[in-house]
Design a protein around this ligand. Structure first.
Ligand SMILES: Cc1ncc(C[n+]2csc(CCOP(=O)(O)OP(=O)(O)O)c2C)c(N)n1
Length: 284
């Protein structure tokens, strides 16, 4: 079944599960082939990306420069291999192009390149801490120009150690930028260890509440909970919204789940086969 042209409202949550499964497979395959790291990070946020692109964002891949399109910024830019799969699957570009991922002269880099290089990429990210401030600027421009689009930024928990996140958080609430949504992929790991041990974010939910945001907490692998949360973002008349999404780094592959070695490792042939077998067995 082609997943690219289905009506947003007709697609079921079960279908989203199958899309996410398919894209987990292709992400693992391309990252292994290119030997590009951050698989654990990609699998952690895949369900959130699938929900956003198939159910939430008002972006037409056939008219991806429309002035009033919603903006999505992958602030955790190292999750780019997952985003590329999503953009290719939904029709922003020919998926065949993704075969060049990681090769010399490929458009598809380890992190999202400058806007304009790849359809659907709104911002060059990778240096953590900048996607939320950029999304805030875009959300303000939406209001100033009366265009009424929404802006979304997907952050990682380690990224919330950056001061720029909290500067943007303060400014967004003080300017009542209610068309801004941050989603935190809260997998409790960073590159080199547990977020709790490196620089604790506790109490993360209370921090965002005290910064004046509508703050929601969900299981980031549960499409039903994601749906309920995104419905609430539209009801906020004054505040920006943050969705703290509890996730599992490496989600979907038992030997990668909650194992931070997969921040930097890529699978060898037998691990790749084991990963595919597991994903095939989990198809609905
Ligand atoms: C400003 C900045 N410092 C350091 C890095 C190197 N780096 C890449 S990923 C990462 C941390 C990953 O942990 P987290 O941000 O929580 O994301 P996860 O992979 O767990 O989703 C770091 C420090 C970076 N990309 N940007």
């Amino acid at each position: 079944m082609s997943t690219s042209h289905q009506n947003k409202h007709s697609i079921t949550l079960d279908e989203l599960e199958n899309i996410a499964l398919k894209l987990r497979k292709s992400t693992i395959f391309t990252s292994s082939k290119a030997k590009i790291p951050h698989l654990g990070s990609c699998l952690s946020c895949m369900d959130i990306l699938v929900y956003l692109y198939w159910k939430e964002l008002n972006i037409n891949p056939q008219n991806f420069r429309a002035h009033d399109r919603d903006r999505f910024i992958l602030s955790k830019g190292h999750g780019a291999p997952a985003l590329y799969q999503v953009l290719g699957e939904i029709g922003f570009f020919d998926k065949e192009l993704l075969k060049s991922f990681g090769e010399n002269d490929s458009f598809f880099h380890e992190h999202p390149p400058k806007p304009g290089s790849i359809p659907g990429i709104e911002a060059a990210t990778g240096s953590l801490g900048h996607g939320l401030p950029m999304a805030l600027g875009m959300a303000l421009s939406s209001k100033i120009r009366g265009l009424n689009f929404k802006c979304y930024a997907l952050l990682s928990d380690g990224e919330c150690n950056e001061g720029t996140i909290w500067e943007a958080a303060m400014l967004a609430s003080s300017l009542r930028v209610n068309n801004l949504v941050a989603i935190i992929d809260f997998n409790k790991w960073q590159a080199t260890g547990r977020s709790q041990e490196i620089m604790s974010l506790d109490p993360l939910v209370d921090k965002w509440i005290s910064f004046g945001w509508q703050t929601l907490e969900v299981d980031g692998h549960n499409f039903n909970q994601l749906e309920q949360a995104f419905i609430k973002t539209k009801k906020s008349t004054q505040k920006p919204t943050v969705i703290v999404a509890h996730t599992i780094k490496g989600k979907g592959i038992s030997f990668m789940e909650d194992n931070n070695n997969w921040h930097y490792r890529t699978p060898n042939e037998s691990e790749l086969e084991a990963a595919f077998t597991e994903l095939n067995n989990n198809a609905l």
